[in-house]
Design a protein around this ligand. Structure first.
Ligand code: ZN
Length: 366
């Protein structure tokens, strides 16, 4: 078996081993350590990375990793599973979205990779700062060892578990075939997780939102590793059924990767929508005026164009417009906003609607 050394963690065939990466040294002398667990099998196979909690209040992935990483698993595995239960310990300690020492979204701070501006001069070069010191280290371990990767998140308090299929970019026409092969693998991998799949926002918006610098977006696009984000339902607290279903899903992906034997385990802990067509994430409906919102649908519901999804009133409780906010699209209510107040142009939910955009796109020329 090949040696996998990540920070102070070193693989041992048939065993679970532990250690940590020195993430960043803080000015006060504390070293922010990133915990690492390695389960190595006794038979050869791929190296699979699981990461969680880049957003500090998204907790489910930590529990999934704790449930999954056992001595028994190490005995059964072909290859090596590397788990990082929290990518962002300072955010986890205070149940916050972001690191204490960096106010930017940590899931947009992985390296530019293939999207980096090659014409950059010494003068306009952007140096990695704060949390980017950690993301650069994690990325370099992906680069050195990873064949596959899943990053665990939680969307919001009112959301269903689902997985995200990233858009894939290529530079030259000669790379299109390679991209199509990679995408095919990626689609199989995401499907094997067994939850609802939504494609990411369309290519232009994907780049605008810097999703190519998310944990899995950078692994997938820049390192060309099959990698996806799993949104495991409610954030801020733990739902035992979601943990148990997600452990099954992850084990199913390991089976797909040829790392575990045995039949797939069906997720029975929560309903999984089965759309007839590919869906994409879409922020909708959008309100035209300020008001008070009360949902009349639940996360996971299927809605038809024109159907009311929420009551819409003023602060006195009197109806605004016809008293309802309606969807203009058919689709699934994947996540509902938890706020009651809205301002003009706010969206109140994320829906999964029919995806008519290509999954593969050429990078725009600069
Ligand atoms: Zn997240």
């Amino acid at each position: 078996m090949k040696d996998i050394i990540i920070g102070s963690a070193k693989s041992e065939p048939g065993k679970l081993t532990y250690g940590s990466i020195d993430g960043i040294e803080l000015p006060t002398g504390i070293i922010e350590k990133i915990p690492v667990i390695i389960a190595q099998g006794v038979k050869e196979g791929p190296t699979f990375f699981l990461t969680a909690n880049v957003h500090g209040y998204e907790l489910t992935g930590i529990a999934v990793i704790h449930e999954l990483m056992t001595e028994e698993l190490a005995q059964e595995l072909k290859g090596t599973l590397v788990a990082i239960p929290t990518l962002n310990p300072s955010a986890f300690r205070r149940y916050h979205h972001k690191a204490v020492y960096d106010d930017r979204d940590p899931n947009r701070l992985f390296p530019e990779g293939m999207f980096a501006d090659k014409k950059e001069t010494e003068e306009d070069k952007e140096y990695p700062k704060h949390y980017e010191h950690i993301t650069n280290k994690i990325y370099s371990y992906f680069e050195q060892y990873a064949d596959y990767h899943i990053d665990f998140h939680n969307h919001s308090l009112l959301s269903i578990p689902y997985s995200i299929l990233d858009r894939l970019f290529y530079h030259e026409d000669s790379q299109k075939e390679e991209a199509e092969d990679l995408l095919k693998k990626q689609e199989e991998m995401v499907k094997s997780f067994g939850m609802l799949v939504c494609a990411e926002f369309p290519a232009n918006k994907y780049l605008k939102m810097k999703l190519h610098r998310s944990v899995s977006g950078s692994a997938f696009n820049s390192l060309r590793i099959p990698a996806f984000t799993a949104e495991l339902g409610e954030n801020l607290y733990l739902v035992p059924e979601v943990i148990s279903g997600s452990v099954k899903g992850t084990r199913n992906v390991l089976r797909w990767a040829g790392m575990l034997d045995g039949p797939n385990e069906k997720i029975t802990e929560f309903p999984v929508p089965k759309p007839k067509e590919r869906l994409r994430r879409f922020d909708h409906p959008r309100v035209k005026r300020s008001g008070i919102v009360r949902f009349i649908v639940k996360p996971g519901d299927y809605v038809k164009k024109g159907q009311p999804v929420a009551k819409f009133t003023d602060i006195h409780g009197r109806p605004l417009d016809d008293g309802y906010i309606r969807t203009e699209y058919d689709g699934y209510m994947v996540a509902l906003q938890t706020r009651m107040t809205v301002f003009p142009n706010d969206t109140i939910a994320e829906m999964g609607i029919k995806d008519e955009y290509p999954l593969i796109a050429k990078t725009p020329s600069k």
